[in-house]
Design a protein around this ligand. Structure first.
Ligand SMILES: [Fe+2]
Ligand SMILES: [Fe+2]
Length: 375
């Protein structure tokens, strides 16, 4: 590899990272970009919010923790990490079993879209901000997410299917969320990202024969970035007790926990070959990620889902069956397809209600909000 070529791994700003990606975009794939463009319940979305409200946050109540976190992000421990090195083993895309290849590509494209979704949201906040604290935080987070998305795109480019990130920024539909919903959803997705990456990393550390793609070797440093991003949202939520403690907001937190966990369950269970190749039982893996995420989220959420209540796993399974039925009905088409879709939609809604109305565990949040990655 020519070391002189600028690489997103070394980009110190999000703008620089995206320009490097854009320069390579002539090689990008329409099929992969089309997949990333999809907006279904299960595909990663792009978000926009009330940036002025976010910009008005005063971080004084958490100043000491804030300054420590900013110093850590300013020092940029992962600069240069997200690039292929001699540790990057050759991937035999041609020889790969077609179903595994399809699921791996789906995993990479959806991960790239999710990383990039964070990147565009954080970049927009950085661009529109006037509050120095907020601008600084969002410049570091967007820088990191541009590197993550860029690195996944490097992996995809080897298979000839990279995502055109510039096109996605311009053309993908943006979903509006009020700032507090952005906090809940983004906090959860950062912490779940950490839990997912570290669980796979530790599993492959113990079972290296299952490491069928080199990108998993990068997950340890990667998950630390996501952990810090989650910490930043925990601090933002701690600036105002109402955000997590009011009656209505507790219901919203339950809603987001239910939606994010059940979506992850359905998405992962749609990739059986991928998890088989990793040597991972999907039920075990998802429950493990939910447990880690729930434990971490005690730093800020006053409620958590009762994962040991059998209604939880039964609800997730019912949701998964309903989504499968919906896909089958969609594929069938016609009147029978339409009726099938309605029936499956009702089943999915019933499964969601059952999960949402499960008794939650209450949690007294600690005085000291900050955590260090511990898994
Ligand atoms: Fe990321
Ligand atoms: Fe992140």
């Amino acid at each position: 590899m020519n070391v002189q070529t600028p690489h997103t791994a070394d980009a110190t700003t999000v703008e620089e990272g995206l320009a490097i990606q854009q320069a390579q975009s002539k090689f990008d794939s329409e099929a992969a970009t089309a997949l990333a463009m999809q907006n279904t319940l299960l595909t990663p979305r792009f978000y926009t919010t009330d940036f002025a409200e976010l910009d008005a946050i005063d971080v004084s109540p958490v100043r000491a923790d804030w300054d420590k976190l900013m110093e850590q992000m300013r020092n940029d421990p992962n600069k240069g990490h997200f690039r292929k090195t001699e540790d990057w083993d050759h991937v035999d895309w041609e020889g790969m079993e077609p179903e595994l290849k399809a699921e791996l590509l789906d995993f990479l494209i959806s991960s790239c879209t999710a990383e990039f979704s964070g990147c565009v949201l954080y970049k927009e906040m950085k661009r529109r901000g006037t509050n120095e604290d907020i601008k600084e935080l969002f410049s570091y987070m967007s820088r990191d997410e541009a590197r993550h998305a860029g690195f996944i795109n490097d992996a995809l480019r080897e298979a000839g299917v990279a995502v055109n990130l510039g096109f996605l920024t311009r053309e993908k539909k943006y979903t509006y969320f009020r700032p507090k919903f952005i906090y809940y959803a983004t906090y959860l997705s950062e912490k779940i990202g950490y839990a997912r990456y570290i669980t796979i990393y530790r599993h492959l550390e113990a079972n290296p024969e299952h490491r069928f793609h080199p990108i998993f070797k990068w997950f340890k440093e990667w998950c630390n970035d996501e952990f810090s991003h989650g910490e930043a949202f925990a601090l933002l939520m701690r600036t105002d007790p109402k955000i997590t403690q009011s009656f209505a907001n507790k219901l919203w937190i339950r809603f987001f926990l239910t939606a994010v966990f059940s979506t992850m369950w359905v998405r992962d269970h749609a990739r059986p070959k991928f998890h088989e190749a990793l040597g991972v039982d999907i039920d075990w893996y998802d429950m493990e990620v939910f447990r880690k995420t729930s434990e971490i989220a005690r730093q800020v959420f006053p409620v958590e889902l009762d994962l040991d209540n059998p209604r939880f796993i039964n609800g997730c399974r019912a949701m998964e069956r309903a989504v499968r039925q919906m896909d089958a009905a969609k594929a069938r088409g016609g009147v029978s397809g339409m009726m099938g879709r309605a029936a499956a939609g009702a089943k999915a809604a019933a499964a969601f209600v059952s999960l949402y109305t499960m008794p939650v565990k209450k949690n007294a949040v600690p005085d000291d909000v900050r955590l260090e990655p511990a898994y």
